[in-house]
Design a protein around this ligand. Sequence first.
Ligand code: FRU
Length: 539
Amino acid sequence: MKNKKAYYGIHLLLIAGVFVFSVGCKNNIEKKGSKEIAATEISAEEQLYRPNFHFTPKANWMNDPNGMFYFNGTYHLYYQYYPDGNVWGPMHWGHATSTNMIAWEEEPIAIYPDDLGLIFSGSAVVDVNNTSGFGKDGIVPIVAMYTYHNMKGEQAGDLDFQTQAIAYSLDEGMTWVKYDKNPVIPNSGIKDFRDPKVIWDVDHSKWIMTLAAGDKVLFYSSLNLREWILESSFGAAFGQHDGMWECPDLFPIKVSGQDETKWVLLVSINPAAPNGGSGTQYFVGDFDGQKFTLDTDFKQQLQQDRAVWLDYGRDNYAGVTWSNIPKKDGRKLFIGWMSNWEYARDVPTETWRSAMTIPRELKLKKNEKEFVLSSAPVSELSKYVSKTIVKETLTVNNQKTIITQSEIDLSRVRIQLEMNHLKSDKYDFTFQNSFGDRLSFGIDNIKKQYYLNRQNSGKVTFSDKFANTISKAPIKNPSNMLKIGVLVDKTSIEVFYNDGETIMTEIFFPNEPFEAFSINTSDAALILENIKIEEFQLN
Ligand code: FRU
């Protein structure tokens, strides 16, 4: 989508059409007296496509995760939500809660659009010391910061139609009061000016907010969450720029196994991801309370590759981290929107559209001079393991079925295995069903690439952008050992290579559930080791 703003505009125009269309559809169904057929269709869609362990709203459109915070034992997840249709429309903040980030309860809509605009993406913080003064009678206020997108301004051709605003909650995020002096950051004429992500900067004792501004990010600081000072900008000269910068996130993170702490800046970009459409790049550096400076080793990495990517699959976008995770936990917890603006509105589910990734723990590792931001599913997922199959070794003579649907449900599964004597060869793992659908991933150890191929994975023709390519990721540190972890739900696959140093997340829509998982290779001496296959049961 070249011009995202025009995109939003077009979507709003489409809403009227969608409304007429959906009324029309309802009438048709009623005329045919076929409410039952509609019900069967819905139930078929539920059965085949409603994820088993990934968050989806019960109905209608969802995009970016927003405002995630943890408080009093509950993880909160808000999200861009259009409650009246299954394509993008006037944005609200939907809301879901969980005690473990895996089993979610959908809550009433949290924030509604108003005269100042639609409620675009943003973040929320727990204002423990009541710096904002919104707290009353000892109640800790939760403060959300979001972007107002003013449609009238956009349609009038103004440049200042996106502004930043705040709202607070005195009931732990369930209901919100918008600040009466909104917007707190007006727009001085930057057309794409959105997605504020606020953190408490412990080192500098102030709130820091990162905002996307077209081809860069801006950093602001505040002592009270109401008044903001522009500190600096970053990025115009670094990273991928063939698209719009959106949904940034800046946070400190310890380098694994070292004493050092670095700052990571996540920046989503649309289009121009490595395999097309929407994706998330990251930068590693230092932050002095005002300015973000790239680490010199990371700068070298950027000289080799234009950008460094969080996930090479096509469906992990606009992801950011949770705030207020207790110090004794200390994890950086992330969730992304598991779709891509290239086809999000066309995916073949009617009741709801799109899901979130599995929540992930981010770790910053340094291999020699190279930084890697790795992701792994949060450990809480293991609470839901209902069945485990372990195979110490499996000898593969070119082709082997590793597991079948009769042994474990392949639509709610994690498969982990190791390969310790890789040759210069191809290793192709495939999920398939008797319908002929195939979803493959693996390693091309000749080209030194990982890949994920959904070209024949079932329903793919709903958009010509969905299966036009096979996604690829470079193997940066070739070795003869490889660890693979794969999470498969009914409509998503998340492949974590070498403890999540390279990740590929994609969605797919098979005609029938997959029935077998197998490997193909011309390496005649392959042995798969430490195979562990787990099935998840949420209810
Ligand atoms: C990212 C994004 C954000 C914006 C929101 C609107 O997917 O374009 O920049 O705030 O979606 O729904």
